[in-house]
Design a protein around this ligand. Structure first.
Ligand code: HEM
Length: 126
């Protein structure tokens, strides 16, 4: 059971990489990226988010009441929804070739919110 839980959390963190990696590439280099590549990056980031949700929910199911009533988790889930909405907006923006600057800013903001969730999930401050 512990081995399965560790595997689940490992996949959770790998999903985080697949989400954060593309967002950072977009935040740092969107003005130089071709549109199809920017679109592919936002698609991969969305898949990373799906992975985070599925593995996070499975981890919660395995831990029962241990985390479900904590504020770090509630706030993280709210921020997760915000990240999902921002990534959806990013996907739409990348379809427009003239929006590279806005893509860059939005990807940076989304990555910053992701960093806050990483802190909440690691530190569990409240
Ligand atoms: C933006 C999305 C998310 C990010 C960046 C994120 C990040 C992380 C990180 C870095 C950890 C710590 C892994 C470790 O070192 O043990 C973690 C653990 C965890 N996450 Fe997430 N996560 C996200 C979304 C979610 C969601 C949506 C849920 C629940 C539906 C969730 C549930 C959990 C649980 C239960 C743990 C295990 C806590 C523990 O055993 O200490 N996560 N997450």
């Amino acid at each position: 059971m512990i081995a399965l839980y560790s595997l689940l959390i490992s996949v959770h963190v790998v999903s985080l990489l697949f989400c954060a990696g593309p967002l950072l590439v977009l935040a740092l280099g969107a003005t130089e990226l071709p549109v199809p590549m920017a679109q592919r990056l936002t698609r991969v980031a969305s898949l990373g988010l799906v992975g985070l949700l599925v593995t996070g929910a499975a981890a919660l199911a395995m831990t029962g009441p241990a985390f479900i009533h904590t504020w770090w988790l509630r706030l993280s889930v709210l921020l997760f929804l915000l990240i999902g909405a921002l990534t959806g907006r990013l996907r739409r923006l990348t379809r427009d070739p003239g929006s590279a600057r806005r893509v860059r800013t939005l990807a940076g903001v989304t990555a910053a919110v992701l960093v806050i969730v990483v802190y909440l999930m690691e530190a569990k401050p409240f």
